[in-house]
Design a protein around this ligand. Structure first.
Ligand code: NI
Length: 502
């Protein structure tokens, strides 16, 4: 039985030659017909040989077949027909034996392939689904290979890490947890948050999870004009622009989430506007000193009386008239000018100017100038703001309309009606070279001013002072710009009003 199997395997090897031909088992040829119609006798030859092989028997005279399965020696009949070597004829039994053997091989091969595939699949399965270990903040963690590290960290509730904040471009908190969720390190190396999501669980690594970081909102950027600032000197009675502002350029950021703006970079520094505040010191030649007597809130019915006294004494003064009063007393402003005094503006309706918006403030100044022009034909640029109130933003809004704002050095407090003597004493006791004295010719009962004025002038002169106009006092000081003195200030080309101070 074992011998028979071995022999069949040997035959199988012979059929392997057929497999090797690449055409599979060959079909048996049709038996050749002799010319007389009977089958050729040699065709029966191979059959007993094969049968004997099947049974493991040896057939005498058929050695050639056994020695070489594909060829047999030519029979006498063959020789007679001139055939020397004849290819063996395959009987159906031969073919059947050969097919059975190939089938077994196929099964074996199939089993082998299936086994290999199974092993490969199992390997892949293991490779794809195996668990890897690492530590997070020194805690042992394991997760399926290839899973995302961030998912593991999320599942671990971020290991106590506190999220960062979202900040505006100016550093204000927009969202308490709008920054990065956590900070990640792998074996001590910090991981860029941008690539965090793509990191697989790192086998054997030391992962660190700590608090997230603050993130600043996105912003847009544009280059804009940088308005000048404004600087104001304090304490002087004569205020004027000593330096006009010039715009620069700057890069401004606007926060996309907050809408806040931030001056990011100054490309060209602006030049600030500077408001000078100076007290006057006229040069005292021949021991002579000078003061300026000033009268506010007129014209009124008291104005002619004051003008009469000044005329009588041959003294000069300055009148800060209200535009609204000019309608009622147009002749008095004209007389002020005609008699050599200085006419200036106390604005139109005696409002507190810092509270006015830009347009209202400018109208308050311009309308008064128009009234004075109408009454006298003079262009008046010098003002005294009501209550002396002319703040930084008043300058920002209207510097181009005025030459100067005139305050005072000596307040007679005549509006309190302290008595003519008190008013006189206030002037004479306070007088110094270059002082500007505040009195009133309108806005109420000014009888005490009228009563005090002759004694004031006489007393000043007795003390070596000459009463002059403010313009004259500025001229005598010698340090005030000529256009400010003459009231012909014009804002230079290419200069810019400052930004309002908040
Ligand atoms: Ni006033």
């Amino acid at each position: 039985m074992r011998m028979g199997q071995r022999k069949r395997i040997e035959i199988g090897k012979a059929t392997d030659l057929h497999f090797g031909s690449g055409h599979g088992p060959r079909l048996p040829k049709k038996p050749e017909q002799k010319k007389d119609g009977s089958p050729s006798p040699h065709l029966t030859g191979p059959l007993p040989v094969l049968g004997a092989l099947h049974e493991g028997r040896h057939v005498p005279g058929q050695e050639g077949v056994n020695q070489h399965p594909t060829m047999r020696k030519a029979t006498a009949d063959d020789v007679a027909r001139g055939v020397k070597r004849v290819a063996p004829h395959r009987a159906p039994g031969y073919l059947m034996e050969s097919g059975l053997s190939g089938h077994a091989t196929k099964i074996a091969l199939g089993v082998a392939v299936a086994a290999v595939v199974a092993i490969a699949v199992a390997g892949c399965w293991w490779f794809l689904w195996r668990s890897v270990s690492f530590t997070v903040n020194d805690q042992e963690v394991s997760a399926r290979v290839g899973s995302r590290l961030v998912d593991v960290i999320k599942a671990g509730d971020y290991y106590g890490a506190k999220a960062g904040r979202l900040l505006s471009i100016n550093g204000n908190v927009i969202d308490e947890t709008g920054g990065t969720r956590f900070t990640l390190t792998i074996d001590g190396e910090e991981v860029d948050p941008a690539g965090e999501d793509r990191i697989d669980v790192p086998e054997g690594a030391k992962v660190g999870v700590t608090d997230g970081t603050d993130v600043t909102e996105d912003h847009t950027e544009e280059t804009v004009e940088a308005l000048p600032g404004v600087e104001m000197e304090r304490g002087g009675a004569i205020q004027y622009v000593s330096q006009w502002g010039k715009a620069g350029t700057k890069v401004v950021w606007t926060g996309k989430a907050s809408g806040e703006t931030l001056d990011h970079e100054m490309l060209e520094q602006p030049v600030n506007m500077v408001i000078a505040g100076r007290n006057l010191s006229p040069s005292a030649s021949n021991g002579k000193k000078y003061v300026a007597l000033t009268f506010d809130d007129g014209p009124s019915s008291y104005t002619p009386k004051i003008l009469d006294i000044l005329k009588e004494k041959g003294a000069k003064a300055t009148f800060f008239n209200l535009g609204a009063q000019e309608e009622a007393y147009p002749a008095y402003a004209k007389r002020v000018v005609d008699e050599g005094h200085e006419l200036a503006s106390h604005t139109n309706k005696h409002q507190y100017l810092p509270k006015l918006d830009r347009d209202s403030l400018r109208a308050e100044i311009s309308s008064a100038a128009e009234s004075l022009k109408k009454a006298t034909g003079e262009d008046v640029q010098m003002i005294r703001a009501p209550y002396g109130a002319f703040d930084v933003n008043s300058w920002v809004r209207s510097a181009d309309l005025i030459s100067c704002n005139v305050l005072w050095n000596i307040d007679t407090r005549d509006w309190e009606r302290p008595g003519a003597q008190a008013i006189t004493d206030a002037v004479l006791n306070g007088a110094y070279n270059g002082a500007i004295v505040l009195m009133h010719d309108g806005g109420g009962n000014r009888e005490q001013d009228v009563e005090a004025l002759p004694a004031i002038i006489d007393g000043l002169r007795a003390a070596g002072f000459e009463p002059v106009t403010v313009r004259e006092l500025m001229k005598l000081d010698g340090n005030i710009p000529e256009d400010v003195v003459s009231g012909t200030v014009k804002q230079p080309e290419g200069t810019t009003a400052p930004a309002e101070v908040q």
